[in-house]
Design a protein around this ligand. Structure first.
Ligand code: TNX
Length: 489
C-alpha cells in the first residue's frame, strides 16, 4: 500500500498566525475515532465528524471521551478574538480549543485543509500546534444581485465556498438601477415590477428574494459564521425603485426600466418628504430582517445628486440606520458628510479621491478597504478573460495578493481598519459558475490578507499553497480559474 499522503501543518490558507510542527506527533485517525464537544459546540463538532466520515469511511460518532476534542475555553482573556483557536495534534489525539463557537469553526476549517480532499485508506494528521487568530475582524465578499440575480441555492453555495477561507461577512448588493432584489413589506411593486422578468443587465438577471428566503439565507450564514450585510444603494443607483414608484422622482413622472450598464443617472429626491418615508420604511424592514450589526446604504456614484442634496439626504438617512439598531456602512463617498460615530466608510477607488476617508479615520471611524485595482473580482484577470470589466485595470492573482490594506490611504493605517472586502459586480456574469470563475482564486488572496499577520505573508508561499488547493476546488465542484500564474497540482 502506498504511504498515506499527508499535508504539512502549515499548508493552510489563510496561513495561520503561528505553526509549530512536531513530526513525532503525527496522528493516525483510528477506526474508532469519535468527536466530543461541549453542547454549545455541538453543531461545529457534527460538521467535523461529517468531514472525517467522508475521508475515512469510519462511523465517527459523537461521545463524551472522543479522541478528537472540541473545547470552549471560558477563561479566555477579553482581548482575544472570538475567532481565535488553538489546535493541538498529538499521536494520541487532537484538541481544538477556542473562546467561542466561531473560533472552533475557524479551527475546523483549518483541520479540513489538513485532511485529504477525498477518501483514503489511511488518514494521518500532521503533529504539532497551531495558534491562530485573525488580523481583521471584518473579512468580506460582496455579491451583486441587482445586475444579475442569484438564487438562494447559489448564494448558499457561495457562502460554503467562502467560509472555508475564514471569510466572515457576505455583503449582498440588493438594489441598483437594473433591479430590486429583496421583498419589502408595504412596497410590493419594488419586487413585483423591478425584481421579475426582464430585469438585470440586458434583462438577463430576473428574480428576487422573498423576505422569508432572505431570512433563511441569514440563518444559513449563521451556521457557517458568515454574517449577511444587506445593501440598499441610495441616493443614486435607484432607477428600479423609481420605475416601481414614480413618486420617488422629483417631478413624479414615470421613468423607463433600464437594463444597460450606465451608472450615475438616477437619484432619489432629497427635497421631498415622500423620499424619507420610503427610505425609513425600507431601513426599518431590512433592519428587522437582519440580525447582524451592519446595514449598508450605498452612497456611491450619486453623480446626478448635487453635493448639497447628497449632504441633506445622508444627514437625514444615516441616523435612521442607528434608530433601527444598525451600524451604517457606506461606499467612501459617504465620508463627505458628518458621520455618526459607528459609521464605516468602504473605500473602493484606486486613488485617494479626497480627504474624506482619512478625516473619518482621524475622527475614530473604522474603514473597510476594497480598492478596485486589487480587490474588485469583476476585473478581468488578463486580456484573454472571457468575463469581466477592465476600468480598474487587469487583476491577476499575484496583483490581488501583493498589496496591503494598511498602505492604501494616507492616514488610514492598521488601527483604523475594520477589515477588507472583495466586491464582485455582476454586469458580465450570468451564473454561479461565472461567479466562481471570477472569485476563485482571487478571493482566496483577499481572505489571506484579511486573516494572516502581515509580516508572515509572502507571494511564493501563497502561490505554493494555492497550487496545492486545486484538487480541493475540483472535488468541491468549484469552477475556479486555472490561472497560469499558479502551478496547479
Ligand atoms: C462601480 S464600485 C460601481 C458599481 C459598478 C462597478 C463595476 C461602486 C461602489 N460602484 O456600480 O458595478 O463599478 O466595476
Amino acid at each position: 500500500m502506498s504511504a498515506p499522503t499527508m499535508r504539512q501543518l502549515g499548508d493552510v490558507i489563510p496561513l495561520p498566525a503561528s505553526v509549530r510542527s512536531d513530526p513525532a506527533a503525527d496522528f493516525r485517525v483510528p477506526s474508532g475515532v469519535s468527536v466530543s464537544a461541549a453542547p454549545a459546540a455541538a453543531a461545529v463538532a457534527d460538521e467535523l465528524a461529517g468531514l472525517l466520515r467522508r475521508v475515512t469511511g469510519f462511523r465517527v460518532p459523537r461521545d463524551d471521551d472522543g479522541v478528537i476534542r472540541l473545547r470552549l475555553d471560558e477563561t479566555v482573556d477579553e482581548a482575544k478574538s472570538p475567532e481565535s483557536y488553538r489546535l493541538d495534534i498529538a499521536a494520541d489525539g487532537v484538541t481544538l480549543s477556542a473562546p467561542a463557537a466561531q473560533g472552533l469553526f475557524a479551527g475546523v476549517q483549518t483541520l479540513r485543509q489538513l485532511l485529504p480532499e477525498t477518501a483514503q485508506a489511511e488518514v494521518v494528521l500532521p503533529g504539532g500546534r497551531i495558534e491562530d487568530e485573525p488580523r481583521f475582524a471584518y473579512r468580506g465578499a460582496m455579491l451583486d444581485l441587482a445586475r444579475h440575480f442569484y438564487s438562494p441555492a447559489d448564494i448558499r453555495s457561495y457562502i460554503d465556498s467562502i467560509a472555508q477561507f475564514k471569510l466572515n461577512h457576505l455583503h449582498l448588493h440588493l438594489t441598483d438601477d437594473q433591479g430590486w432584489r429583496l421583498e419589502i413589506e408595504g412596497w410590493p411593486r419594488l419586487t413585483e415590477v423591478s425584481g421579475g422578468e426582464g430585469t438585470g443587465i440586458d434583462g438577463q438577471g430576473p428574480g428576487h428574494l422573498t423576505a422569508a428566503e432572505y431570512a433563511d439565507l441569514v440563518a444559513y450564514g449563521e451556521t457557517r459564521f458568515v454574517t449577511i450585510v444587506p445593501e440598499i444603494d441610495m441616493p443614486g443607483h435607484v432607477n428600479a425603485a423609481q420605475v416601481a414608484y414614480p413618486e420617488l422622482t422629483c417631478d413624479g413622472e414615470p421613468v423607463q426600466p433600464r437594463t444597460d450598464a450606465e451608472v450615475g443617472y438616477s437619484s432619489l429626491c432629497a427635497s421631498k418628504e415622500e423620499t424619507y418615508a420610503f427610505v425609513e420604511d425600507v431601513i426599518r424592514v431590512v433592519a428587522g430582517l437582519t440580525p447582524g450589526p451592519f446595514l449598508h446604504i450605498g452612497g456611491d456614484e450619486a453623480l446626478s445628486t448635487t453635493a448639497e442634496d447628497y449632504r441633506t439626504f445622508m444627514t437625514r438617512v444615516l441616523p435612521m440606520v442607528g434608530k433601527y439598531g444598525k451600524r451604517a456602512i457606506g461606499w467612501h463617498e459617504m465620508a463627505a458628510v458628518e458621520l455618526p460615530p459607528t459609521a464605516v466608510p468602504q473605500f473602493w477607488r484606486i486613488e485617494p479621491v479626497d480627504a474624506g476617508v482619512a478625516r473619518a479615520a482621524e475622527n475614530g471611524h473604522q474603514v473597510i478597504m476594497s480598492p478596485a485595482d486589487r480587490s474588485y473580482l469583476d476585473m478581468k484577470y488578463d486580456e484573454s478573460s472571457p468575463l469581466g470589466l477592465d476600468w480598474a485595470g487587469l487583476l491577476g492573482v499575484e496583483r490581488s495578493y501583493d498589496w496591503d490594506p494598511a498602505d492604501r490611504l494616507p492616514g488610514v493605517g492598521e488601527e483604523s481598519l475594520l477589515g477588507v472586502e472583495a466586491p464582485l459586480w455582476s454586469e458580465t456574469l450570468r451564473s454561479l459558475a461565472d461567479v466562481e470563475y471570477m472569485a476563485f482564486p482571487r478571493l482566496v488572496a483577499i481572505a489571506e490578507i484579511g486573516w494572516t499577520p502581515r509580516a508572515d505573508r509572502t507571494w511564493p508561499s501563497f502561490r505554493r499553497r494555492l497550487g496545492a488547493f486545486g484538487p480541493r476546488f475540483g472535488a468541491q465542484g468549484v469552477n475556479f480559474h486555472r490561472s497560469p500564474e499558479i502551478d496547479w497540482t
